[in-house]
Design a protein around this ligand. Structure first.
Ligand code: FAD
Length: 442
């Protein structure tokens, strides 16, 4: 008897959520199906209009597309136009309470892109820019997906197949449901109620704000650099200022940010020193989005798979890269193998777990970073080593590249972790920290 869990010509895939994960899944599922002459129907349910400015059209994030993802997309033939890329980033400036250093891209090329997920900060709709999420959704439509601008409110099994219902009462049966809904607690219930063991990912509350500047002032002050802040503030793990067209996106990652977090951050002397003095700026938009910090243990069952932020994603960085990776892995499993829990366990789970396992190394690296930002001697020693590496073009950029890869999402945490164990790097750091310690005692 034929396996009922293998998708056939005419099978229907319902993708709940048309953010990057839902779009990546759809693009790759349709491309892969064409490769084997299979005709699949893919419907993306996404109520947001990504051309809208402000929170209505936005899937709140810093909008950094890592080098890794820019390259992967280019290989897939997905090129980001100038209307999407608001600024090419070629360096990071690391600010601490004890000084600032610049870390250039190791290859001196601008390959990190800063984008808007939606129509941009409030009041900027339609100004020479295109939403990244809107672009991907459009690409999925061009591959043949149908976009239905509806929110799905309920999913239940009828005759062993999932059926999707919206408040408007529409009913649609699917051979596979892809949960690409992000991390909001309300929408997670949709899949928790299906009782296959799915639980919403563990999250922390982050803070984002968009600050408007005159274009020239912004370019002069921020250039093509992401400004990264490692400050000895207990609640804040790290924060970034990401320059775009006429706005700088401020992203504060920590445990539990609140409405005061952005102003407290802006008032910090190391932050105020970066902002243009005596030039008024306005906060165009602000929000407190949830960030996935621990993946759910059960991300699939028969005919249902959870992807992207609703499943496993990279800790504190490159969530869009993870959306690409997981969307593609789920598409490959569904098209080439099948859609039963067994198929997903064999083909999808290893990729899912590789991210979960890698995040364990990420956690250790961020704990080490916490120590370095907490103690003056460690902060100064680290800055000295980076400065020396950056000033001498012939010097090996061991610590600079560790920090570059950690904050840009360019490399797996596991590989970064093992590079930190490099003896010459540890030796350099230890020497500078000891000098700082002795200077501090003198
Ligand atoms: C503060 C912060 C900063 C970040 N910065 C970066 C960064 O600079 N670079 C980076 O790579 N990553 C970053 N990330 C991570 C990144 O935002 C996510 O990893 C990425 O958005 C995940 O994409 P997704 O499609 O899985 O989920 P989402 O982008 O959340 O998309 C989910 C979609 O599902 C839709 N949806 C939800 N429920 C339903 C429903 N019931 N019916 C229909 N549709 C539904 C929503 O409308 C939404 O469009 C950041 C995250 C945070 C919190």
């Amino acid at each position: 008897m034929a396996d009922p869990f293998i998708l056939e010509d005419g099978s229907h895939i319902a993708v709940v959520g048309g953010g990057p994960t839902g779009s990546f899944f759809s693009i790759f599922a349709l491309r892969m199906a064409k490769m084997i002459n299979k005709n699949l129907r893919v419907t993306i349910y996404e109520p947001k209009d990504f051309s809208k400015d402000g929170p209505l059209g936005c899937n709140r994030c810093g909008g950094i597309i890592s080098e890794l993802l820019v390259q992967a997309l280019a290989v897939e033939g997905i090129n980001l136009s100038d209307r999407i890329v608001q600024r090419g980033i070629d360096s990071y400036k690391l600010h601490t309470d004890h000084g600032t250093v610049s870390i250039d891209t190791p290859t001196h090329e601008k390959r990190i892109a800063a984008v808007y997920r939606g129509g941009g900060p409030k009041g900027t709709m339609g100004q020479e820019k295109e939403s990244f999420d809107g672009f991907l959704l459009n690409l999925a439509r061009q591959e043949g997906a149908l976009h239905v601008p509806l929110k799905i409110d309920h999913i239940e099994y009828r005759n062993s197949k999932p059926v999707l219902l919206s408040r408007e009462g529409d009913v649609q049966e699917a051979d596979l449901v892809v949960g690409a809904i992000g991390v909001k607690s309300q929408t997670s219930k949709l899949f928790e109620h299906m009782r296959f063991g799915y639980r919403r990912p563990e999250t922390v509350t982050a803070a984002i704000a968009e600050i408007g500047f005159d274009r020239d002032i912004l370019s002069e002050r921020f250039g093509a650099s992401v400004h990264l802040f490692l400050l000895p503030l207990k609640e804040i793990k790290f924060a970034a200022m990401i320059p775009k067209g006429t706005y700088v996106t401020i992203c504060i990652l920590g445990k539990n940010m609140n409405v005061r977090s952005v102003n407290e951050f802006l008032d910090h002397p190391a932050v105020a020193a970066v902002l243009p003095a005596s030039v008024p700026y306005k906060i165009g938009c602000r929000c407190l989005p949830q960030m996935n910090v621990r993946a759910p243990g059960v991300p699939f069952t028969d005919r249902v798979v959870m992807c992207g932020d609703a499943g496993s994603t990279r800790l504190f960085k490159d969530g869009l890269g993870a959306a690409y990776l997981m969307g593609k892995a789920a598409a490959k499993t569904a098209v080439f193998h099948g859609v039963s829990a067994d198929h997903f366990r064999r083909e999808y789970l290893p990729v899912y777990r590789s991210i979960v396992n890698d995040n364990r190394y990420g956690k250790i690296l961020f704990q080490a970073t916490d120590l370095f930002k907490k103690y003056k001697t460690l902060t100064r020693g680290m800055l000295k080593v980076i400065s020396r590496e950056q000033e001498d073009q012939y010097r090996s950029k061991r610590l600079s590249s560790v920090l570059w890869d950690m904050f840009t999402g360019n490399e797996r945490y596991k590989n970064i972790f093992f590079r930190t164990l490099n003896f010459p790097l540890q030796h350099d750091l230890l020497c500078e920290i000891t000098k700082e310690f002795i200077a501090g005692k003198a």
